[in-house]
Ligand binder design. Structure first.
Ligand code: CA
Length: 225
């Protein structure tokens, strides 16, 4: 899945570039409308993520221009403009979804998957993740171990998805905060430990080999063998 990210704010751009890459997307980035136009016309992207407040052109104008140039990929608008009028205008003028800043990474990834599925690009095999007897259906947002369905909250699902994508590798608390919550909380907070504790209670039940391991003072690792 190839995604073109058009965003002028360096921090958001690099955060999203890294997060989307970790989520399995091939990402191209553009800091302004002119670069975006060049890349969009040359490359065949499966989706575009476009910030409205760009330095050289308004995002809506850019989207209209890209449509004129024959770019058909679905567009997710990312914007700090949050009124109903702004959303309606964005969606009427070529955007396919609209996400306001600040946003949670989990929501952006979920919406992006929906967008790709609606536009017929989502049916690739990477919509499922499997580690040992643990399986995640990323489209339905359902998880199971063996024959048993796991009853996870949306947040628990995202956390488990992140652990699965990094199976066999150590993930630290700050990586989880950054990637799953998409924000910085006080690093000494025990919010992660609480969520892991609850998740483990659902995933590592009696009769199953424990998968989620704690490395004291370091972080967590999901066993992959
Ligand atoms: Ca901007």
């Amino acid at each position: 899945m190839r995604v073109l990210l058009v965003e002028d704010e360096v921090e958001i751009r690099s955060f999203l570039e890294r997060s989307l890459t970790e989520a399995g997307y091939q990402v191209e980035v553009a800091p302004d409308g002119a670069t975006a136009e060049e890349l969009a016309v040359e490359g065949s992207h499966d989706a575009l993520i476009v910030d409205l407040g760009l330095p050289d052109v308004d995002g809506i104008t850019l989207i209209l221009r890209l449509r004129q140039l024959g770019v058909k990929a679905p567009v997710m608008i990312l914007s700090a403009r949050r009124t109903v009028d702004d959303r309606v205008r964005g969606l009427e003028q070529g955007g396919d979804d609209y996400l306001t800043k600040p946003f949670a990474l989990a929501e952006l990834l979920a919406r992006l998957r929906n967008l790709l599925r609606r536009h017929g690009s989502g049916g690739n095999p990477s919509t499922r993740l499997r580690v040992m007897d643990l399986e995640l259906d990323l489209l339905r947002r359902e998880a199971s171990r063996g024959d048993e369905a796991l009853q996870l909250t949306p947040q628990e699902f995202v956390l488990l998805e992140y652990l699965c994508r990094n199976a066999g590798r150590v993930v630290t608390r700050s990586m989880i905060l950054d990637q799953v919550w998409g924000m910085r909380i006080q690093p000494d907070t025990n919010v992660i430990d609480v969520h892991i504790y609850r998740l483990r209670g659902k995933v590592d039940t009696a009769g199953h080999e424990p998968l989620i391991k704690t490395l004291r003072g370091v972080g967590y690792v999901l066993k992959d063998r």
